[in-house]
Design a protein around this ligand. Sequence first.
Ligand code: ATP
Ligand code: MG
Ligand code: MG
Length: 571
Amino acid sequence: KPGGNPQISSALMDQHLKATNGKVITRFPPEPNGYLHIGHAKAINVNFGYAKAHQGICNLRYDDTNPEAEDEKYLISILDTIKWLGFEPNNIFYASNYFQQLFDLAVHMINKGLAYVCHCSGEEIHQQRGGESMGPRFACKHRDRPIQESLDQFYKMRDGRYAQGEATLRMKMDLEDGNPQMWDLIAYRVLYATHHRTGNDWCIYPTYDFAHCLSDSIENITHSLCTTEFTQSRKSYYWLCDAVDVYKPVQWEYGRLSVTNTILSKRKLLTLLNDHIVSDLDDPRLYTLPALRRRGVPAAAINGFVRELGVTTAKTTIDVSRLENHIRDCLNSSAPRLMAVLNPIKVRLTNFNNILDLDVPFKPRDPSFGSHTIPFTDTLYIDSSDFRLEDTKDYYRLAPNKTVGLLYAPGPITCTQVVYAPDGSISELLCKLEDGSDGNPIPKPKTYIQWVPICPERGSPVTLDQVRIYNNLFKHSNPFDKSLVPDGWLTDVNPNSLQTEKSAMIETGIFDLIAKFVNDSDKKVHFNKKEFEELRFQFLRIGYFCIDKDSIFSDNFADLCKNSNANQYHE
Ligand code: ATP
Ligand code: MG
Ligand code: MG
């Protein structure tokens, strides 16, 4: 229990216990100025987890005291993300609801001689606090002005009689204290900004230092859990509660979480966006929670990852591969398998002209996933990366006169001829199906590859407008390491972080999977439907995929399921 518990008067404690009934109350207090990121997932798990472990409650509090950077769309996204992670706030509160109460507490503080209106500039205050050289600290001339004068000035601030920067309310703390958080912090500043909830009601806004702990107190938070950068602030937190005579929560700190090969800071995310390096703040290469969600990462993988790390006070940068392991484990147990080829190359079997309906499980050895039919015919596509004109000894896939296995197929195939188009490109590979029908022994393939059949009688495969494959956005694990990245973090962006494939094909089994998710078959289906988000696939030998939110069906879904044509389904 870092720092121990604060002393608190029995009268205030009685009041608090009356309000809470002795229950643990925590809160997750994001500022609605951006999307939540992977680090916030830790904060959410810590706050909701601690409350749950003690049969308590956890609230969501929007720390919305900074009107300039905040936006309604972030409020919506934050709640949506918390629910997606599987948590349900017991209450939803807004710090801005307490603006009047906070103002009154500030007045109370002035009346007690513990706050004063100051007209020093930012630079002057900086000098008073010791300046760059951390020299001697000194009080400004406003510090000891009469209480009534500060009161009058504070009302003038509220009434719009000062321009921005002309006046602040400062707390009269302890300049002798070794802790910079005790050096007369600013409690209020003049700011002519329209607040997304209180409009133009206020032209003064409380600072984080003032609003945060008093909001905790107002909400009877028992444990104010925060990250270790606020360890020094614990002293001012307790000081302020005492200064205004309110109940004092316990502050406990835990370490901030970040992961390698990415950045989480809101300002830097905006730089990436403005420089067109990412398409949006939920670009799947980012580690905001909406980005991870869009990429198809299951919420359970994120929760599993942060829980495994545990609650320590160490500030940790975790190798992104540890998160990826959780994602892979989750998807491995939950994603049905399909065959897809990203760069199709046509194969025609010269000794087979039948349709063989293969019953293929969506997940081997797990019948609960069901199965689907894959027609095996004389025409199919394999991935061009599984074919080479030049064979080598350590190469096990298809080449002229070489045999490779086809997953689930009645036999391996041997390439007998390469057919070229007039432009010199390969138009198709003629192959022999090695099913023993010619009396020859069936060669044993060293490897098996995936394939997609062409069988108009059973519906055509799906062709996708786009398949996106993502890699780390930064080349180095720490883009801020000057010895590895001397020219700044922006020069470390990986030019191959997004690979786009434009001619991929998937077997029709994908329709069986999508159909399960659609109940209302009369509707035109748009791919922003929430339920599709839960649908993730493993494309055998390639990786895990999901349907991106910008996908659209271009035709009636019911028809599409029954009788699909190429290009009806876009990703
Ligand atoms: P940022 O630097 O991204 O703006 P912040 O701390 O200002 O971070 P808030 O929205 O104010 O972001 O944070 C809400 C809560 O989440 C706070 O309690 C904060 O301490 C916690 N939090 C933020 N970032 C992390 C992180 N990387 N790891 C753990 N907790 C975090
Ligand atoms: Mg912030
Ligand atoms: Mg913050």
